[in-house]
Design a protein around this ligand. Structure first.
Ligand code: SF4
Ligand code: SF4
Length: 126
């Protein structure tokens, strides 16, 4: 997954279509220490063993990332489903409504919400 680079304006929200593309492109899936603890508990693993098996340094070496498969998919992607959806990292939760990147619409199938539903739906950063 590409790193968060751009904060979106609050004026438009997008509805995920669960295509799974954002779990398939190369890049870091950032995890905090607290997220590591939560995910390790969710999959029933000791935290140290989880770190050893599923976590690496981020490419900028300033934090941690989940590892990826040989084809660059996230290690926790199964088909188009996230195996840790209930406890997935904030980076995953935030795309595309909290952050995006140049050209993201070419890779993401999220649908723009109408003005009416857009006004009713709280922005994730609220
Ligand atoms: S943790 Fe889940 S949502 Fe995040 S990149 Fe991996 S499979 Fe996708
Ligand atoms: S790429 Fe977009 S539509 Fe596809 S799963 Fe990710 S957020 Fe949802």
């Amino acid at each position: 997954m590409l790193d968060p680079t751009t904060i979106l304006p609050k004026s438009q929200r997008w509805q995920c279509q669960r295509c799974g593309n954002c779990c398939k492109w190369p890049g870091d899936v950032r995890v905090t220490d607290a997220e590591v603890r939560e995910i390790a508990a969710f999959v029933g693993m000791d935290e140290d063993k989880f770190l050893e098996k599923y976590v690496r340094l981020r490419t900028d070496r300033k934090g941690l990332s989940l590892i990826e498969k040989d084809n660059h998919e996230c290690i926790f992607l199964d088909g188009n489903n996230c195996l840790i959806n209930e406890v997935k990292p904030n980076q995953c939760r935030g795309f595309p409504n909290k952050w995006n990147f140049l050209g993201w619409r070419d890779h993401c199938e999220a649908v723009a919400m109408s003005n009416e539903s857009n006004e009713k739906a709280p922005h994730p950063s609220d």
